[in-house]
Design a protein around this ligand. Structure first.
Ligand code: SF4
Length: 438
């Protein structure tokens, strides 16, 4: 029998890209292709690229260049594929370029380059598919695309309008993942709270029970699995309020990843984002009253065109009042094709950098204070991996890769994916430190 074709796979970008990569790798493994970790062992290389901001484009281009030098047979997919002409101009020898979420196109390119050697045996692949994440957590993608048109973003241009997956499919995937040992499901999409809008909240049946394709119904249904369920990329619609009681009940983690992007009404309007600062603060207060453990993660953009010192100050004031737990900040950078590029009054680079630094200092102080309040508490922690004096893990307040960690000092041998209670003894700006709470 011929030895299987070998594919090198590089996955860049956000969790949504990771989820696309998982689907492609699942198909490759199902069809008998081997995945190898070195360029020089591979018969061809697939690169799933990111094109969200300039630095991501640069990283993607460098990776393509490297793969072409080291291997020579390269298929490009992902967000950068939306700029196919530009990529082809720079790298005319690529085998194929496809856009994001294009598993079929990638497989076609693979078949052309390396024809399949035998029929697929789907049962060679585990039911939950092939995952790039550790065994104990998994991303669960519930939809593609987005109906919004935020002026700084080109995602809808290449991922299209919202397309929700049928809720019974999503539930089946979640069930398979939980059966395979996943302890944390991370719900992702471009716009999680819009789930089902495109299909008019169509009803499907899951294990004999009717279920509407709707954000809150999905959150409740996932909560029945008894694992951690974490909601990412929740657009601040009013109906988000309905998920807070589920958090208070313990059905889903009291963790809300909700990008506010700014606090100045003028800038939010220019971004084509909703929001009045007072209303948002009122809602946050209301959420916290209903669910005191709630942790809120958000992202912001500083240096957006037209942002004055007064607008920026409004943002700092908002941070002081909202006291968000986890905050990411980006300096605005124009993305080719984004409507915001045409806005007047760009902010100069020095001012952007200065505002970014001030923003980070401001939020760091808040974050440090908030984490100090954890000292003396006992937190349930999902163990990740060993580190020098023990193990490192995450509490409900920490999503993988983007939030902080809990360092557990212990001589005990723990297992990745195990839950332990940790008595918190120290903290800094981002992380917590403690010992096992016996
Ligand atoms: S909500 Fe806005 S930023 Fe997010 S994907 Fe849609 S258009 Fe882009």
């Amino acid at each position: 029998m011929n030895s299987p074709h070998k594919i090198g796979f590089v996955s860049l970008g956000c969790p949504k890209a990771t989820s696309d990569s998982e689907q492609i790798i699942t198909r490759l493994r199902a069809e008998g292709y081997d995945i190898v970790p070195q360029y020089d062992q591979a018969d061809a290389v697939i690169i799933n690229t990111c094109g969200f901001i300039d630095s991501a484009v640069q990283e993607s281009m460098q990776t393509i260049d490297e793969a072409l030098h080291e291997n020579g047979r390269v298929i490009v997919t992902g967000c950068l594929g939306a700029k196919a002409e530009q990529v082809a101009e720079e790298f005319p020898d690529l085998l194929a370029i496809t856009g994001p979420h294009a598993t079929e196109d990638v497989m076609q390119a693979v078949h052309q380059a390396l024809p399949p050697q035998h029929d697929p045996f789907m049962d060679l692949v585990p039911k939950q598919g092939v995952r790039l994440t550790p065994r104990h957590y998994a991303y669960l993608k519930i939809s593609e695309g987005c109906n919004h048109r935020c002026s700084f973003c080109i995602i809808p241009q290449f991922r299209g309008d919202l397309v929700s997956r049928p809720i019974d499919d999503v539930m089946q995937e979640a069930q398979n993942l939980v059966n395979a040992g996943v302890r944390e499901l991370l719900v992702i999409s471009q716009d999680t709270s819009a789930y089902g809008v495109d299909v008019k909240y169509q009803t499907h049946f899951w294990q004999g029970q009717p279920l509407q394709t709707r954000f809150v119904e999905l959150a409740r249904a996932l909560g029945q699995f008894g694992v951690w369920v974490r909601l990412h990329y929740v657009y601040p619609y009013p109906h988000v309020d309905q998920v807070i009681p589920l958090m208070a009940e313990g059905l889903v983690l009291p963790y809300l990843d909700i990008p506010f992007q700014h606090a100045s009404p003028k800038i939010l309007k220019a971004m084509k984002r909703p929001g009045s600062q007072e209303k948002v603060l009122e809602r946050i207060q209301n959420w916290r009253e209903q669910c005191p453990d709630l942790v809120i993660r958000s992202t912001f953009i500083v240096g957006f065109p037209g942002e004055t010192e007064e607008d920026f100050q409004m943002l700092l004031d908002f941070l002081s009042q909202a006291r968000l737990d986890r905050v990411g900040c980006f300096m605005y950078s124009p993305v080719e094709g984004a409507p915001a590029n045409d806005l007047p009054d760009p902010v100069d680079e020095d001012t952007k950098q200065d505002r970014y630094d001030r923003f980070m200092r401001h939020q760091q102080a808040i974050s440090r204070e908030k984490l100090q309040q954890r000292i003396g508490q006992s937190l349930q922690v999902l163990v990740e991996e060993p580190f020098e004096n023990g193990w490192v893990g995450r509490s409900y307040a920490d999503a993988p890769d983007i939030d902080g960690l809990v360092y557990i000092q212990t001589q005990q041998t723990l297992q990745p994916g195990q839950f332990v209670d940790v008595a918190i003894q120290h903290s800094d700006e981002y992380d917590l430190y403690g010992e096992i709470d016996e």
